[in-house]
Design a protein around this ligand. Structure first.
Ligand code: BGC
Length: 754
């Protein structure tokens, strides 16, 4: 990798871990002299501070950076240091499922692996704010101990459509679940004295043409759905930074959009931290700064020149420039690097693996469990493990959100660790195929640096009927794992939502044969997001969704299969019967438009030319996910919030009490079965004036402790009236309707006039 050449500015020093400063100059940055430093900076220095460095090999125009310039190899970027004023570089690294840095370094025998935690969608499926916060703490600890300052996470965009490539990094189709999960995550990470960057603000709900497409949603949809999770997390957890998104919003780049960044974020929500661009996002440095986007990442000499030129011409105000410089300095003085933190390069990976496993277990959703197929009570049973994904388990997704972990426990290994007997002949057949396919792929891709763009997942293959007969005779149970992988840069194709031919055949053949022999079939969905289940679920006895559960994924599934852990995860999104049941399904690049890039090139000629490519109309308005499905009276295969347990729970009591500015809702949940377990109280509200609202909306949630048989727990929700408000497009503000509100937890409802 070439060494950095920062061409144009003599004041620049290359990004350095710490900046010893110029001893002849008395003025050095400290927490109390930020205004003085701003006054002392030259225009060139200011422009340098506001434009960072990053992405070895991919930088803009004249700047070529190498890996060592990232200070911590594999980090996503750094800010420029200004030694004259004692301003060091700070290190920014991805990403939501754990810290993403390079695990090995040249001439260094030590390894720098990070823990792969369950991906965002699995964290959200736990509906457990405390556990998410604990995961955040563990991630934050790795950020700090590996010498980084800011974690580029959490991903908080709404899962508008099941095919968005980055859904795995995001939390939910629901703004409350997304916002509260993000808030817990941020609190956890930042407790460790490092920062987060909540991303991608806002309306970045598709990957297709993500840098140039225009998201067009109503004011109400923006406020109630797409901005909402950011609003919740920003107000509650105060992330040190916000990352603006790539896309345009109503014709203006999000990173150059004063309505979004000044009026809403800073004005209405009172956000005091720093805003940075997504990598190479936007197209004009001066417009970034003028509209409140402080830091341009990773930036280029062009962007710096734009800032300088616009300032000289009077097009970029002193006020805007200095405000961004000040916010950047305020961020820097909070960072471990500035404060001289001596990082250990030695986080407790063993303890973190345990946290990863706990959270992976807690996010597992049990969709079906006929005749108590699960848990598998006898370990002496032989099990036939079908599906190639069982043997090359997906821990995370593709792109910047993927972690470089030391290992991934696949399902075979996890089940063996739990003491199950697996069919070794079948295992060998799959393992040989994984090996063969991987070797072929590696050979074809030797020397190509495309790991961030794709991840190889071996393909399933047909097993003939006679062979399956044999496995059905020698085993007591069949488990079939199906895998789905997605990520940055591309949305999933509609065909990925449905079963592939070979998967259909596998389910049909294995189910028929095992059932004929009075043996059960379990399906494990090692998936990045929702898929179709309605056409095949009746053929199998149990279905478990462990998502992409991080490096301990196989152990976590085995914990649930064995009953060591009682599943308590709930779906954070709707599992539609059919893709076209998705509200606004056609207003998404679901078919060949996803390949439009190859047809039209990177940038289409006219912003208005290709629907769902150059621009996307959010036609379903606020009726996203279950809000739309229920309004249309359609049934889901498995609805939002769904998830079974090995025990049963009863809602014993639901009460609401009106106070001056809020309502207090109390609910008592009892474990009415005989297996210890946790349950989620999902509090929904139905607002008056039904015609303009969804039939019900999530308002809050809490998870019980682990309750033993017969045990009850009371949970209390404090709901301020402003959480019941909706957006009025005529008044351009939020208002609360007067009338009767219905609160619902499980099958119990309680009404009150407000
Ligand atoms: C992604 C961001 C990420 C950044 C740095 C971009 O491509 O959209 O989520 O943080 O790269 O890696």
């Amino acid at each position: 990798m070439k060494k950095a050449i920062i061409a144009s500015l003599s004041v620049a020093c290359l990004a350095m871990g710490s900046c010893s400063g110029n001893k002849d100059n008395a003025l050095q940055l400290n927490k109390n002299n930020i205004d003085e430093i701003v006054n002392a900076m030259t225009l060139e220095e200011k422009s340098l501070l506001l434009v960072g460095i990053g992405m070895p090999g991919m930088s803009g125009t004249e700047t070529v950076v190498g890996e060592t310039d990232m200070i911590i190899p594999g980090a996503a970027g750094v800010t420029n240091a200004i030694p004259r004023l004692g301003i060091p570089s700070i290190v920014l690294a991805d990403g939501p499922a754990g810290l993403r840095i390079k695990p090995t370094r040249e001439n260094d025998s030590k390894t720098y692996y990070c823990t792969a935690f369950p991906v965002g969608v699995c964290l959200a499926a736990s509906w457990n704010k405390q556990l998410v916060e604990q995961t955040g703490e563990a991630i934050g600890n790795e950020v700090r101990e590996y010498g980084c300052d800011i974690l580029l996470a959490p991903g908080t965009n709404i899962q508008r459509n099941p095919l968005c490539g980055r859904n795995y990094e995001y939390y939910s189709e629901d703004p409350i679940l997304s916002g509260m999960t993000a808030a817990a995550y941020i609190k956890g990470v930042q407790k460790m004295g490092v920062g987060t960057s909540i991303k991608h603000f806002a309306l970045n709900n598709q990957e297709t043409n993500r840098s140039y497409m225009d998201s067009r949603a109503s004011e109400r949809a923006k406020r109630e759905i797409y901005y909402k999770p950011f609003e919740i997390a920003i107000k509650e957890a105060k992330p040190w930074t916000v990352m603006s998104s790539y896309n345009y919003i109503d014709g203006v780049y999000a990173s150059q959009n004063p309505t979004l960044l000044q009026d809403v974020l800073r004005g209405e929500w009172g956000y005091k931290g720093l805003v940075m661009t997504d990598w190479f996002g936007g197209d004009n440095g001066a417009a970034n700064i003028q509209s409140g986007n402080d830091l341009i990442m990773p930036g280029s000499d062009d962007r710096r020149a734009q800032i300088i030129e616009a300032y000289k011409k009077g097009e970029l105000s002193d006020e805007a420039l200095n405000a961004s410089v000040k916010r950047t300095l305020e961020l820097i003085v909070k960072c471990p690097t500035f404060n001289g933190y001596q990082y250990s390069n030695n986080p407790d990976l063993k303890a973190h693996a345990q946290i990863s496993r706990n959270n992976a277990c807690e996010g597992i959703v049990l969709l079906k469990n006929n005749d108590n197929t699960l848990p598998i009570t006898s370990k002496s049973k032989n099990i036939a493990l079908f599906g190639i994904t069982s043997y090359c388990y997906n821990s995370g997704g593709i792109g910047s959100g993927d972690v470089n972990e030391a290992y991934t426990v696949d399902l075979l290994e996890g089940m063996k660790n739990a003491g199950f007997n697996l069919d070794t002949k079948l295992a060998k057949k799959y393992q040989d195929s994984v090996k063969e396919q991987t070797e072929k792929y590696d050979k074809e891709h030797a020397g190509k640096n495309d790991a961030i763009f794709a991840k190889f997942t071996p393909k399933d293959f047909a097993i003939n009927g006679n062979e399956i007969e044999g496995y059905a005779l020698t085993n007591e149970l069949a488990i079939i794992t199906l895998g789905r992988m997605s990520g940055e840069f591309a949305d999933r194709h509609i065909s990925e939502f449905y079963l592939k031919e070979e998967e259909k055949n596998l389910i049909n053949q294995v189910s028929e044969t095992f059932h004929k022999n009075n043996k059960k079939v379990v399906v494990v969905l090692n998936i990045c997001g929702a898929m179709e289940t309605a056409s095949w679920r009746d053929k199998v006895d149990a279905i478990l969704v462990p998502w992409l559960g991080g490096q301990e994924g196989g152990n976590a599934v085995a914990d649930v299969l064995s009953g060591k852990v009682n599943p308590s995860g709930k779906l954070p999104m709707t599992f539609y019967k059919d893709y076209f049941d998705t509200p606004g399904a056609k207003n998404f690049p679901y078919d060949k438009i996803a390949d439009a890039k190859s047809m039209f090139g990177d940038k289409a000629v006219n912003r208005d030319s290709i629907e769902n490519y150059d621009y996307t109309i959010y036609s379903e308005d606020i009726f996203v996910g279950y809000r739309g499905l229920e309004k249309e009276g359609k049934e889901a295969a498995y609805p939002f919030g769904y998830g079974l347990s090995y025990t049963t729970f009863q809602i014993e009591d639901l009460k609401v009490e009106r106070k001056k500015t809020k309502v207090i809702i109390k609910v008592t949940i009892k474990n009415s079965g005989d297996f210890p377990g946790k349950e989620v109280a999902q509090l929904f509200v139905t607002s008056p004036h039904a015609e303009k609202h969804p039939l019900r909306e999530l308002l809050d949630y809490q998870k019980t402790d682990k309750l033993i048989a017969g045990q009850s727990q009371e949970l209390t929700f404090d709901i301020d009236f402003d959480r019941l408000s909706c957006w009025d497009e005529e008044l351009h503000s939020s208002t609360m309707d007067i009338g009767e509100y219905t609160f619902q937890v499980g099958d119990k409802k309680v009404k009150i006039k407000l």
